[in-house]
Design a protein around this ligand. Structure first.
Ligand code: NAP
Ligand code: HSE
Length: 406
């Protein structure tokens, strides 16, 4: 019997139990063994669960799981950053393999935990931390020995993509966010989704693996979607385009650029038709060329499926024991990012309008909502201009055009 300790029984944890139950016979045939969830850690023992559980399986005491020598694999799906870190690091120190979907903890403690797992000769797998059900971490690790990865870019947050898709259908922002929360896509605090912080964590994980060097999360430039309005969506759609929250890491001469921001994609873009909670990740390697990974980026069963694929790799012994992180010194050159931007400002006077018009390639609207398309400019100059003119972030929205990429 393979005994597992499951930490967390929310959206993802419940999905793990559901799939294991549904696929029980097939799994016994494949592994020749019974995969047994021996203990489940939760925060609130009294909470009503909509899944049937054996008596005594649930606990709120992590030590019961840590000290159980029959439990050899931990599946961490709590979403708690610091407690999650404690569970994962103590589990590895105690000689247990770990699977986690917790991108906040992977991003924050990536180097330390990778090193610990490597020293202990244990698996630390985190496929579900990026792209929900899409296999992307494992393929990326497989590409690294044979490729210099030049670029990774993607729609990495299901909640934001869901909101943007539903707004294009006419729904209002708050209503779309509410549904994303009800569907279990959003983080416990959806600020992490809509302000781009979740995308930034995923980008940090992908970028660190891809470029084989240090890429601190907090240095990555981030802009979310919380300021977008129906007016912006309408302007962008009128151009025959769509807006997506995209995280992008590019390798360049002497370093890298990394940014999370709203991007306007035309119908010819592979990102254009990625809708609702779907995610897509583009990877460019010098030998493999261009690759695109696409599928459900959030939700109970797709995410649980990714967790279980990691679990199966541990059971089958088909995971790599090397530390997947490199130690290249990388220079952050993100302040050199340039582009053409859509910008909309609410609350603006005629004098300020003239300042922005000097940057314009095309003025879209001069009413109460002032909107234009800028020339090809340094992003930093645009942000500095807003700051210097005292225009608060809540009063404007910018999105980069995908067609001019440098
Ligand atoms: P969730 O629905 O909020 O469930 C969290 C579960 O963990 C709950 O059962 C909760 O206990 C338990 N928990 C939370 N903090 C705990 C603590 N300190 N100690 C013990 N138990 C604790 O979260 P989720 O949506 O399943 O997400 C879990 C993880 O997967 C997160 O890291 C998330 O970012 C990641 N993820 C989620 C998705 C998705 O689509 N939902 C996709 C990819 C990755 P109670 O039930 O008692 O409250
Ligand atoms: N909150 C995350 C999202 C869950 O919406 O993408 C999947 O990582």
């Amino acid at each position: 019997m393979i005994n597992i300790g499951l930490l967390g029984l929310g959206t993802v944890g419940t999905g793990v139990l559901k799939i294991l139950e549904k696929r029980k016979e097939e799994l016994i045939k494949i592994t020749g063994d019974d995969i047994n969830i021996k203990k489940i850690l939760v925060r609130d023992l009294a909470k009503k669960r909509d899944i049937e559980l054996e008596g005594g399986i649930i606990t709120d005491n992590f030590d019961e799981i840590l000290k159980d020598e029959d439990i050899t694999i931990i599946v961490e799906v709590t979403g708690d950053l610091e407690e999650g870190y404690k569970y994962v690091s103590e589990s590895l120190r105690a000689g247990k393999h770990v699977v986690t979907a917790n991108k906040a903890l992977v991003s924050k403690y990536f180097e330390e935990l990778s090193d610990l797992a490597h020293k202990k000769k244990l698996a630390l797998l985190y496929e579900a931390s990026v792209g929900g059900g899409i296999p992307v971490i494992k393929p990326l690790k497989e590409l690294i020995p044979f490729n210099d990865i030049k670029e990774v870019r993607g729609i990495l947050n299901g909640t934001c993509n869901y909101i943007l898709t539903r707004m294009e259908e006419g729904l209002d922002y708050a209503e779309a966010l509410k549904i994303a929360q009800e569907q279990g896509f959003a983080e416990a605090d959806p600020t992490d989704d809509v302000e781009g912080l979740d995308t930034r964590r995923k980008l940090r994980i992908l970028g660190t693996l891809a470029l084989q060097g240090q890429m601190p999360e907090e240095n990555i430039i981030v802009r979310g979607i919380s300021n977008i309005t129906a007016f912006d969506i309408s302007n962008i759609n009128k151009m025959g385009a769509s807006v997506k929250l995209i995280g992008e890491v590019k390798s360049c001469e002497g370093g890298y650029t990394a940014i999370v921001e709203p991007v306007i994609v035309e119908s010819s873009s592979p990102f254009y038709n990625v809708g609702y909670e779907e995610n897509a990740v583009f990877v460019k390697g010098d030998n493999v060329g261009d690759l695109m990974f696409y599928g459900n980026g959030a939700g109970m069963l797709p995410t649980a499926n990714a967790v279980l694929c990691d679990l199966m790799d541990i059971i089958a012994g088909s995971y790599r024991l090397n530390n997947p992180l490199g130690n290249k010194k990388l220079m952050d050159l993100s302040l050199a990012i340039k582009g053409s931007y859509y910008l909309r400002i609410s609350k603006i006077n005629g004098e300020l309008m003239d300042v922005f018009k000097s940057l314009a390639d095309k003025v879209l609207s001069t009413g109460a909502q002032f909107a234009l398309v800028t020339k090809h400019i340094l992003r930093k100059d645009l942000i500095d201009l807003f700051e210097n003119l005292g225009i608060e972030e809540k009063d404007y929205f910018i999105a980069k055009f995908d067609k001019i990429n440098t």
